[in-house]
Design a protein around this ligand. Sequence first.
Ligand code: SF4
Length: 376
Amino acid sequence: MSHNPVRPWRNIDRRESRRIMVGNVPVGGGAPISVQTMTNTITTDVKGTLDQIIRAAEAGADIVRVSVPDEASAKAMKEICRESPVPIVADIHFHYKRGIEAAEAGAACLRINPGNIGDEKRVAEVIKAAKDHNCSIRIGVNAGSLEKHLLEKYGEPCPDAMVESGMDHIKILQDHDFHEFKISVKASDVFMAAAAYQMLAEQTDAPIHLGITEAGGLMSGTIKSAIGMGNLLWMGIGDTLRVSLSADPVEEVKVGYEILKGLGLRHRGVNIISCPSCARQGFDVIKTVEALEKRLEHIKTPMSLSIIGCVVNGPGEALMTDVGFTGGGAGSGMVYLAGKASHKMSNAQMIDHIVEEVEKRAEAIEDGKVEAQAAE
Ligand code: SF4
């Protein structure tokens, strides 16, 4: 991310990492932090799985992971990988053959821990398949499934054990002259995950995949992920991420983006700045924002919109946004365009009108006619 000379307190120095490719998506080496999710359909339900992948991609997912628990799922991967609009990561546990089949089926990346798939010969076969099919690998260490000898050595799951596990797996790949890998050290405990990721970041230049695993439902999981990943991203750690929620994968993508948007690390769509509303509001701010969030979901252009209840903060916020609306008296408010007061509009027609203004502005930004304002 380029440094902001005017507002240095916004700068994040990203950790330098190697770049690998997950299909056509670069990960690490200064590439935009990619947002991932995982399907929760039965993989052999190809249509249902593809529908979910497409919905996630439309919401902004750059990469989607699909579980490959059995041979039939590996077979289904062929069509899934062929039809998916984004690269697919195959999630493999224990069965080395599934890894080989997924690579052959067109997976862009295998999530596999080379130390958990059997003897040396099997590991070599999976790595060969990954090489032959241009597949990268994610080493996915999880506090809940650490190797027995590490649990015995450390007594319980802890950051040192997780990083040791990760580095052991890295060594296996390097010993096979395989370098197209990224790594994660996930835990559901934010302290443990954050400590493990910080330690890992010091020990390898591999791209890092961030995650707080089994974070919980939409609300609690979002908060936990924002605390854990938000802090790490703020420190500059993380090249790709997945928010794990017991919710629709589309929600995971939205939350991932919001975390990155909040830190100014990635921009996508309309960043709505709105007040909490109070007795001074000139229109129903909460209902309006709810409606606008839905009506503006299709806008991918990074831009900003301020929806403010009254003149206490409205004009000030509108100065820094692409489109703004500030409540006034007598059932109408002021529309701001590119930071300047433009015209009055009745509250009754305001939602349709703001959608039109945002669409016009997005088109102008895309055509290069104007620059987006403060889209972070
Ligand atoms: S901007 Fe106005 S309406 Fe909104 S919270 Fe502040 S005082 Fe209340």
